[in-house]
Design a protein around this ligand. Structure first.
Ligand SMILES: Cc1cc2nc3c(=O)[nH]c(=O)nc-3n(C[C@H](O)[C@H](O)[C@H](O)COP(=O)(O)O)c2cc1C
Length: 418
């Protein structure tokens, strides 16, 4: 993918294979409609879905959402940074690991449940915090919360959500974890986290990977390509990068904090913030954006309750290292002392099982549920969760595991491919 128009991140090998199949004699016996579908480029095949139930894989939602969403909003979801090397690496990184299939094990009864900090979920797959969900669908984070409730799935709400933590928790009917971009002004930050705790959120997820800055070129190109008058819905007074004061007006978590809360990511933030947060709220605190063993060790040293391995879905640094390749060194450092959460690039059940086998306790998805939301609202998010669940079950069965905890480390090996 270049940094021109965003394209579906689907595998090109498959497209080439389908083209070959369509042209081959074996396609001769297929009905005309099936032949046309097989002959169409992958993007058009995915665009054929008109309701959530038709989706065969999460990528079906990618082009359906792209078709429905305005170019600037789509670009916000699709963007990486700079050359988008990390964004691409997040997908190819999974090919560097293979799953070792085991046979003739009774895998008829499957249990995908997990427990994190005393909260029970029906799936190891969780909903990552993403900003401004109303840009994908009018119901935004509330639709996501309802889907999370229907599937008893962990949801994290972003500081820059377009729904308040109070409304998200009401729609989820259970605690939603809160992702924190700490306002630079400490009084504003204190007010924000106390509000979150009072609302019933139990875990603070401090995002640490955007502080150095991120240059989102695809997003800026999408904004230029969008001919609508954005000011009719929201001001974007930040000069294009990261939103500004005007944009914050529609972010309910900034209500009443005053202008000192900006910018919400800044380069001088350090580990010292953890102690201040600890002294302010009783919530569990985990740090999101850990990519090295050194920082995992510091997270433990600073008494964090969990380590969240992530490169922000390739939206923070463009160092080109995939998130899944960072997981083993972090798991080795943490030594099961605290839960390890993982995200970035997860699109398949096999990705989920690879991450779990490498030692993650839970695995997050970002863009896939936004595709579902943008395409069809709550039913789209639910179907995305269903598809990944079904694929995860199949992949677990192939490695001979009937529960998340019973997936052995030996289920995954470095394949050297990709
Ligand atoms: C549109 C979009 C908005 C995001 N907003 C936030 C955010 O506000 N806070 C945060 O910590 N991470 C944010 N992220 C990163 C996600 O939490 C997550 O780390 C990432 O999406 C996982 O990668 P994936 O999209 O490849 O699944 C965002 C990601 C996307 C795609």
């Amino acid at each position: 993918m270049s940094h021109s128009a965003p394209t579906p991140s689907h595998d090109w090998d498959r497209r080439a294979f389908i083209g070959f199949l369509a042209a081959s004699p074996i396609a001769g016996g297929l009905p005309e409609v099936a032949r046309r579908i097989l002959a169409a480029p992958a993007q058009q095949q995915h665009a054929l879905i008109t309701e959530a139930g038709q989706a065969l894989e999460v990528f079906d939602f990618e082009s359906a959402a792209q078709n429905k969403m305005p170019p600037a909003h789509w670009a916000y979801v699709a963007t990486g940074v700079d050359n988008e090397d990390t964004l691409r690496a997040n997908r190819t990184g999974f090919q560097r690991f293979g799953l070792r299939a085991r046979r003739l094990i009774d895998v008829s009864r499957m249990d995908l449940g997990i427990t994190l900090f005393g909260q029970q979920f029906d799936s190891p797959v969780f909903i990552c915090p993403t900003g401004s969900n109303k840009l994908a669908h009018a119901e935004g984070e509330v639709a996501v919360a309802r889907a999370a409730k229907a599937k008893n799935t962990l949801q994290m709400l972003s500081t820059v959500a377009t729904t308040s933590i109070e409304d998200a928790i009401a729609a989820r009917g259970a605690p939603v974890w809160y992702q924190l971009y700490p306002p630079r002004d400490w009084e504003a930050c204190k007010k924000m986290v106390k509000r979150v705790e009072a609302a019933g959120s139990t875990v603070l997820v401090l995002t640490a990977d955007l502080n150095p800055g991120s240059d989102r070129i695809t997003l800026d190109r999408g904004r230029r390509a969008d001919t609508r008058k954005c000011e009719t819905c929201h001001e974007s007074a930040g000069g294009g990068r990261g939103g500004g004061l005007g944009d914050m007006k529609r972010k309910p978590m900034f209500d009443g904090l005053g202008p000192d809360m900006l910018p919400y990511t800044y380069p001088s933030v350090t580990w010292e913030l953890i102690k201040k947060l600890r002294d302010t709220v009783k919530m569990r605190i985990i740090v999101k954006g850990i990519a090295t063993r050194e920082d995992a060790a510091l997270a433990i040293k600073h008494g964090l309750d969990g380590v969240y391995v992530s490169n922000h879905g390739g939206r923070a640094d463009d160092g080109g290292r995939s998130s899944i390749e960072t997981l083993p060194e972090i798991v080795a450092e943490v030594k099961s002392r605290v839960p390890v959460l993982f995200d970035s690039g997860v699109r398949r059940g096999t990705d989920v099982v690879k991450a779990l086998a490498l030692g993650a306790d839970a695995v997050g998805i970002g863009r896939p549920y936004l595709w579902g939301l943008g395409a069809f609202g709550q039913p789209g998010v639910e179907k995305v969760l269903d598809l990944i669940r079904v694929e995860t079950i199949t992949a677990m069965r192939h490695v001979g595991a009937t529960s998340v905890k019973s997936i052995p480390r030996s289920a995954v090996v470095a394949s050297g491919r990709g």
